[in-house]
Design a protein around this ligand. Structure first.
Ligand SMILES: NC(=O)c1ccc[n+]([C@@H]2O[C@H](COP(=O)([O-])OP(=O)(O)OC[C@H]3O[C@@H](n4cnc5c(N)ncnc54)[C@H](O)[C@@H]3O)[C@@H](O)[C@H]2O)c1
Length: 455
């Protein structure tokens, strides 16, 4: 919405949320308190806030004044009831549709921006239609439902929104499609605006995320094979990425994908396939999730094994808790599962991240237990890496923040207990940067110890 406001100064954009704390933070004069960290976002908020970009909890008034409403509410995986663990929970979509049905006036275009299962637009339409019928034949209410899923990637969201590869508009009402297209055309070339039917648009979003997640699981599977065979996954990636049929993007081996979308959208896709009795298709996509889970487990197990089979009471430094760099989002971050495994094995973790706060980690891992740092199985927040690395046994790099490329390994390694380890699960550290240190180094997708002779 900040990008729309910035590109369309003559359009009034109002962001409504039921969560008062979030809205207060969006309105906070201190821009470091905005609920979402993205490069360039605070600048856009600063320039446009209270000019044509507003944040409010006044849902009723905002809906009644709107010509176009983007439903962008959460659609997480259901945790109970029918479809639990797979299907998307659409209760927030449904309640948004009911609120819109109640308060909208005149002609209103509803845009599904949330990621939803195929045919969700039908649910929204049914709710809106019944409200029009209820208000009688002289009702001034008229609704059109469009799908326009969001393809941005966290970490590069503003750039992606400003210059998208494409935007999709799914629908069958030409007037509504034209209105939304004209809005996007304020900054996006017309040839990047694809118009499809509603269901293709909804399914394209799920399919895009399924394909992206599949690429990560594919290269992660190969990373394990590289470690066993003496190959280097970065060399393999370079070789296959040069093939234009494959392409070189989204091929970085790592500790597994995270974020709020890939797992949720894959589970949703698997659920849909099973619903339509396409079990083979469901099983195919389920393997992508299994490899992701396995990759995280394999890494925590490997760390324990390298540290003489036990991490109990050992001091381990975790570099990065966000699910990727340049975001403060920790939802489904691989760091969560790896940290939990290590704590369960008795390790005392010192967790550092440039953008994730201590309270955010505490909500995930449980209360800060800094006072028990000599006991087994604890975590605490690290603000001063040099101080915390003292007497540590291992450093585990879990998020590819650029800051971690600037670490002075020679200095750090001298502070650590011997034998000391560096585990690079993102494959961003070069062995040459460790010259002058006595660190044992493990890098994802690279075997340091095996040669052809002992395969
Ligand atoms: N985060 C991403 O990078 C991304 C990318 C593409 C698509 N999506 C999709 O966008 C949707 C939202 O994702 P998110 O990460 O922003 O989720 P989120 O949970 O961070 O935000 C959703 C917000 O909706 C609010 N909300 C819920 N019901 C409401 C209602 N009835 N009225 C007003 N506000 C309401 C919640 O309070 C919350 O602040 C999901 O469907 C997601 O799959 C997200």
């Amino acid at each position: 919405m900040a990008v729309i406001a910035n590109n369309c100064p003559d359009i009034r954009v109002t962001l409504v949320d039921l969560n008062e704390e979030r809205i207060n933070n969006w309105n906070n004069a201190d821009l470091s308190k905005l609920p979402v960290y993205e490069n360039g976002l605070s600048d856009l908020v600063k320039i446009n806030r209270n000019k044509n970009l507003f944040f409010t909890t006044n849902v009723q008034k905002s809906i009644s004044e709107a010509d176009i409403i983007f439903i962008s509410v959460n659609t997480p995986t259901k945790i109970k009831g029918v479809g639990a663990g797979y299907a998307s929970d659409l209760k927030w979509i449904e309640s948004s549709a009911r609120t819109i049905a109640k308060y909208a006036k005149g002609q209103t275009i509803i845009v599904e921006k949330s990621t939803v299962p195929v045919r969700t637009a039908e649910l929204i339409r049914t709710i809106l239609k019944s409200s029009v019928e209820k208000s009688g034949q002289y009702s001034s209410k008229k609704f059109s439902v469009l799908s326009s899923p969001e393809f941005l990637a966290e970490g590069t969201a503003i750039k992606d929104l400003q210059n998208p590869d494409r935007v999709l508009i799914g629908g069958d009402d030409n007037y509504a499609i034209e209105q939304l297209s004209l809005l996007y055309q304020k900054w996006i070339p017309k040839n990047k605006i694809f118009v499809t039917n509603l269901w293709s648009s909804e399914l394209s979003k799920l399919t895009a995320n399924a394909f992206l997640a599949q690429r990560i699981s594919s290269i992660n599977a190969i990373s394990a094979l590289c470690e066993e065979t003496g190959a280097d996954v970065r060399e393999v990636t370079k070789a296959i990425g040069a093939d234009t049929r494959i392409g070189n993007k989204f091929l970085n081996a790592g500790p597994g994908f995270g974020g709020s979308c890939f797992q949720k959208d894959l589970l949703n896709m698997i659920y849909l396939c099973r619903y339509y009795k396409l079990d083979e298709v469901a099983n195919y996509w389920e393997e992508v999730l299994k490899i992701n889970k396995w990759q995280k487990k394999r890494i925590s197990k490997l760390i324990v094994e390298k540290l003489f089979g036990t991490v109990a009471t050992k001091k381990l430094i975790i570099l990065g808790f966000a699910f990727k760099s340049n975001t403060n989002d920790t939802r489904e971050s691989p760091a969560i599962s790896i940290a939990r495994d290590l704590i369960e094995n008795g390790a005392n973790l010192y967790i550092h991240d440039p953008k994730v706060s201590e309270s955010q980690i505490a909500m995930i891992l449980g209360g800060d237990n800094a006072d028990k740092d000599s006991a087994e199985g604890s975590w605490q927040f690290s603000e001063d890496l040099e101080k915390d690395c003292k007497n540590s046994d291992a450093i585990i790099l879990l998020t590819e923040w650029e800051d971690y490329l600037k670490v002075n390994w020679e200095k750090i390694s001298k502070l650590m207990r011997k034998p000391s380890w560096l585990f690079d699960t993102r494959g961003i550290i070069n062995q040459e940067d460790l010259v002058g240190t006595d660190l044992n180094f493990w890098k994802i997708g690279k075997s340091f110890f095996k040669t052809n002779e002992n395969i």
